[in-house]
Design a protein around this ligand. Structure first.
Ligand code: FMN
Length: 187
């Protein structure tokens, strides 16, 4: 049976990162993409991408309704490699940090933590408040990977698309999926 990664998209800015992530998983691995996105992500996607988030459905092996709290990924018995939330809002960070699992995205993250699987949060806010930082610190101490969606310049990006590819590739490194769409530092 194929391995599975849950991709969560929340309503933070930078929803194109979630799309790029799914494209790279398909390109560089044999892993199934299980997609869940929030109501706010639907709005942010429309605002930023000028199309419906449903355009992402073709990139996923399975798409879940965020209200369907009884879906497979709500249970630890359903085996996955883990979950990447990209982009991850501060509201979702807060929900996860408190174990407040009232949606499928939050419950799936809760399950990933309790089963000691890998959870990567591509967090996005600017600036961070003490509340945000405290929540991220708490999660980091539990082994959750806090991966800020910040640009880096050492790889000589030739534009925004290059930065987007790099951030998605950094997330995949956490799952040992090696992307050639990012420029690695060779010294
Ligand atoms: C266009 C737009 C951009 C947003 N960007 C961010 C952001 O970068 N970070 C963040 O934490 N919230 C951001 N928000 C606010 C979240 O969407 C809001 O807090 C929402 O409740 C998050 O819910 P969710 O985590 O369930 O998706 C943005 C909202 C909109 C409409």
């Amino acid at each position: 049976m194929k391995e599975k990664i849950i991709v969560g998209i929340s309503g933070a800015s930078g929803v194109i990162l979630g799309k790029e992530l799914m494209l790279q998983i398909k390109k560089y691995s044999d892993v199934e993409v299980h997609l869940v996105y929030t109501k706010a992500a639907e709005k942010t996607y429309m605002q930023e991408q000028k199309e419906s988030i449903t355009s992402l459905h073709d990139l996923a092996d399975k798409v879940y309704d965020n209200e369907n709290i009884s879906a497979s990924i709500a249970s630890g018995t359903y085996k996955t490699k883990g979950m990447i939330i990209l982009p991850c809002s501060m509201k979702s960070v807060a929900g996860i940090a408190c174990g407040y699992s009232d949606t499928l995205l939050l419950r799936a993250a809760d399950v990933v933590i309790k089963e000691h699987r890998k959870l990567v949060l591509g967090v996005r806010e600017c600036p961070f408040s003490s509340i945000h930082l405290e929540n991220m610190y708490k999660l980091s101490q539990m082994g959750v990977v806090i991966l800020p969606t910040v640009m880096s310049f050492y790889q000589q990006p030739d534009g925004l698309a290059s930065c987007v590819r790099h951030i998605a590739g950094k997330c995949l490194d956490q799952f040992d999926i090696s992307s050639d769409d990012m420029n690695r530092w060779e010294g």
